[in-house]
Design a protein around this ligand. Sequence first.
Ligand code: 6PG
Length: 485
Amino acid sequence: MTEQQALAHIGVVGLAVMGSNLARNFASRGHTVAVYNRSYEKTALLVEEHGNEGSFLPAKSIEEFVASLERPRRAIIMVQAGAATDAVINQLADAMEPGDIIIDGGNALYTDTMRREREISAKGLHFVGAGISGGEEGALNGPSIMPGGPKESYESLGPLLESIAAVVDGVPCCTHIGADGAGHFVKMVHNGIEYADMQVIGEAYHLLRYAARMTPAEISDVFKEWNTGDLDSYLVEITAEVLAQVDAETGQPLIDVIVDSAGQKGTGRWTVKAALDLGIATTGIGEAVFARALSGARTQRTAAVGNLPAGTLTTLEALGVDRADFIEDVRRALYASKLVAYAQGFDEIKAGGVENNWELRPGDLATIWRGGCIIRAKFLNRIKEAYETDPELQSLLLDPYFKGEVANLVDSWRRVVVLSTQLGLPIPVFASSLSYYDSLRSERLPAALIQGQRDFFGAHTYERTDKPGHFHTLWSGDRTEVQTS
Ligand code: 6PG
């Protein structure tokens, strides 16, 4: 064997679960994989436990790791976002040569990726921020991969990434997203949608549990059933599994012994912050992030539980609501709210693309989200079709197919929001998504009044419906109107 043949096709730095699963995925597809971890024990353990799955080249130092890679060298970093990532990038950049490719496969903030890309490209190296979704299982068996960075780096890197990605209808769930931070931007919005999707599923569960008074096992069966229709998705599937789980220690449903404070590592929050800066109304994702924050405010919640007046509440029985009808209404409200979350997420993607000069193609994103990732769902096929038919679609909700879907959902959606309010059950995303929908279709919004108020106290001016220009009313004078531009 010549020295060149013995070199690795790709390398992975950082061998916690995600990194080592990714390395195993590459190896199992016939690639020779260089592996390096700061502490050698993890590297040794990977090779000891999984060395038989393919060809690994374990390295004890970053220099040895770099030397074991074929050119152009391709190294994927799977370490913690932030300072740890910067440290590894610098080590690799010092040891690599022009033309080599450093790939950050973690959940990095896209603006950090843009900065890193500038720094690394100045050294003649390529930097690729790649969003990788699918959790531990996806990393091992086929994730959805969203690589950014220079297009030319995709020529050498793309085939390798596509070979380990999930495949749907013969199409790999991996495509070049756009320059510099585009991949991490899109992965961030994916996670924002993931937050909203999880929250609407949570709200549906909450209603079935506390309005329809069903047991977790019964609700698990409902989700199993829902997973055979429009809501067919990974998150609905695992929801049924979680709800069916019984705690071995207490014999209770596991859901009842899990503390109801949701954690978050930050990607949902980033999505909302970016949306605020872009001026995009991602209300579903925003409410989902706030719902997690409120769930975590345990001291405040403890002070408030049983201590805040609820007003007059009622029950489904008292209102004579049929349980089966209610379950179907909840399914429809969930579907409609989920559609709003996706519509808003795609709006943010489009705005981020314009802001950063990325040619983001929503249809391609829907295509690579059909498999491997956490939000994979059957209806992404429809989203793909919607954006392929009209890439300039003003809102996913205006696509003829989805418009027809919402027409069938909206009455149920309204009933669920009204009933939940009468029962005193929180449904932040169901309710705010319906308000968003009603705002979007309203001919007039109260924003006219806000403009009047702004002009009153700050002379901020307003536009008129009947002629162009900007106007100000002399509120503290004779209240005549002057044109300011
Ligand atoms: C994925 C997941 C993944 C991770 C999130 C969870 O696409 O595979 O989104 O990135 O599980 O970081 O995020 P939170 O801890 O913020 O819920």
